[in-house]
Design a protein around this ligand. Structure first.
Ligand SMILES: Nc1nc2c(ncn2[C@@H]2O[C@H](COP(=O)(O)OP(=O)(O)OP(=O)(O)O)[C@@H](O)[C@H]2O)c(=O)[nH]1
Ligand SMILES: [Mg+2]
Ligand SMILES: [Zn+2]
Length: 295
């Protein structure tokens, strides 16, 4: 019988998976077992996996161990904290994008951590206010000057995290500021859009913080929202929690009903209006996705 090992997939690139074995055998370059495709299983960075060895450092991934969670974008698994990188300097991040990523993390059981980068260009005061008041951990950092990055690293120690956010917000630059040396891209042209410079998904160990770098997405990318209900989405907005159960109607969707405690809180400014608008938009998108599914 072939020698087998268990480890973590630390990198995915062009059909190869790089498994870091638990026993210090170094990195094993693997293909995925052919049957995965027909079983609709796709190995992800962050997966714990079993691999059969062929020789010293080559092998085949034969089994994916049960996942704590998995994400499509970024394509990673077993994430404790989803670090949502945003910027108030170009490319400026819309609150809706942050809210959509935060909701996805929340529903998957990963802590959304908000990281406002490019502090040297813009202090992101408005975003800081919205997200700290909503109950998130918010870090303001500058990958350029290094300001705030130690605090971020401290929050990620001992956990597996993924950095996500639009292309050009500075995900790779933040990891470099924490001590890595990976390629970053210049923000190009008048649109202030970043170039897609990170092409593969990789998990790094930075002083005990396991952090993935993944390619960002363009603000024009649309994602087919997984069909969710407003009952699920209301739980994905942690700032709604104090008001749930206090609406006039038990099945209130918190979008337009009279006597809605969430709407009243938004009107009083206790819930940021941008957060409530994002929730309404996510509910509408979820309804569209459900309609498509039943067609
Ligand atoms: N002034 C300033 N520029 C920054 C900062 N962080 C990143 N940048 C610049 O922003 C550009 C994009 O940074 P990247 O780290 O490549 O962005 P990314 O999020 O990894 O982008 P993708 O890999 O395409 O998803 C580069 O030109 C960086 O030098 C910062 O804190 N301050
Ligand atoms: Mg990058
Ligand atoms: Zn309500």
């Amino acid at each position: 019988m072939a020698d087998a090992v268990t480890g973590v997939i630390v990198e995915a690139l062009a059909g190869f998976y790089y498994v870091k074995a638990d026993e210090s055998r170094g990195i094993i370059e693997c293909r995925a077992r052919g049957r995965f495709r027909s079983e609709n299983i796709s190995p992800l960075v962050g997966d714990r996996a079993e691999a059969e060895l062929h020789g010293e450092n080559k092998g085949t991934v034969t089994r994916i161990l049960p996942r704590k969670n998995e994400f499509a974008r970024p394509p990673v698994a077993n994430i404790d904290a989803m670090v949502i990188v945003a910027s108030a300097a170009p490319p400026v991040t819309e609150t809706y994008l942050i809210d959509r990523m935060a909701a996805a993390a929340e529903l998957a059981g990963a802590e959304p951590v908000i990281c406002l980068n490019k502090l040297d260009l813009n202090d992101a005061g408005a975003l800081y206010g919205i997200y700290s008041r909503a109950g998130f951990r918010v870090f303001r950092v500058s990958a350029r000057t290094g300001e705030g990055t130690e605090e971020l690293l401290h929050a990620l120690r001992g956990r597996t995290s993924a950095l996500t956010g639009s292309s050009g917000v500075g995900k790779s630059s933040i990891l470099n500021a924490l001590g890595l040396d990976i390629a970053t891209g210049e923000v190009s042209g008048k649109l202030g859009r970043g170039r897609h410079t990170t092409r593969h998904v990789r998990l790094y160990d930075i002083k005990g913080a396991l952090v993935t770098d993944t390619p960002g997405f363009s603000a024009f990318d649309t994602e087919r929202a997984a069909p969710k209900t407003s009952a699920e989405l209301e739980r994905a907005f942690r700032d709604f929690a104090p008001y749930l159960g206090h609406c006039r109607f038990r099945d209130c969707s918190h979008t337009s009903e009279p006597g809605c405690a969430v709407l009243e809180a938004a009107r009083r400014g206790e819930i940021a209006s941008a957060r409530h608008r994002s929730y309404v938009r996510l509910c509408a998108e979820a309804a569209e996705a459900r309609a498509r599914e039943y067609k």
